[in-house]
Design a protein around this ligand. Structure first.
Ligand code: NI
Length: 172
């Protein structure tokens, strides 16, 4: 199946604040969605993308850290099995908040259970960038954005910058 890029939704669209629902099973439609999301993420030079960001409210996310990572990862119904006490702070970007970054502190390491693209139960143990990425994408599925970890003032400034840039891009 050919996977054509989908439109990426940016802040402050309300779908980014909604909670996504579990998928009943990983069928051909979910697999096609995963592939389309990977193509969309790559076209935008991102390393992760969650369903909300393309306007779909099911618990599906994709990641690919390129040479730094284990290859493309497709997840349905991810959940954290374990998180380290140790914390990690990192500047995070988001395709729904283009051109902006937020310093976010999270558990340094996590173990995540999910269904893979064949619908099989799988686990991912992540540290470093991959750990931030998977937690960031799982947040999306609960309607949480990386800028939600900032002060309201900083968050509002970032949202206004993105809105202004999006309006200007639409005029070109
Ligand atoms: Ni994001």
């Amino acid at each position: 199946m050919t996977a054509s890029p989908l439109a990426i939704i940016t802040v402050p669209h309300p779908v980014l604040k909604q909670k996504a629902a579990e998928v009943a099973r990983v069928d051909d439609a979910v697999r096609a969605q995963m592939d389309a999301m990977l193509a969309t993420m790559r076209a935008a030079a991102g390393i992760g993308l969650a369903a909300n960001q393309v306007g779909l409210l099911n618990r599906v996310l994709v990641m690919d850290l390129g040479e730094e990572g284990p290859g493309p990862i497709r997840m349905a119904n991810p959940r954290v099995l374990w998180a380290s006490e140790e914390r990690s702070a990192m500047d995070e970007g988001c395709l729904s908040i283009p051109g902006q970054q937020a310093l976010v502190e999270r558990p340094a390491r996590v173990r995540v259970a999910y269904l893979d693209h064949d619908g099989r139960a799988a686990e991912l143990e992540a540290s470093g960038l991959l750990s931030h990425c998977v937690q960031h994408e799982m947040d999306h599925l609960d309607g949480i954005l990386c800028i939600d970890y900032l002060s309201r003032l900083k968050r509002d400034i970032i949202v206004r910058k993105v809105q202004r840039a999006t309006r200007e891009a639409a005029r070109l």
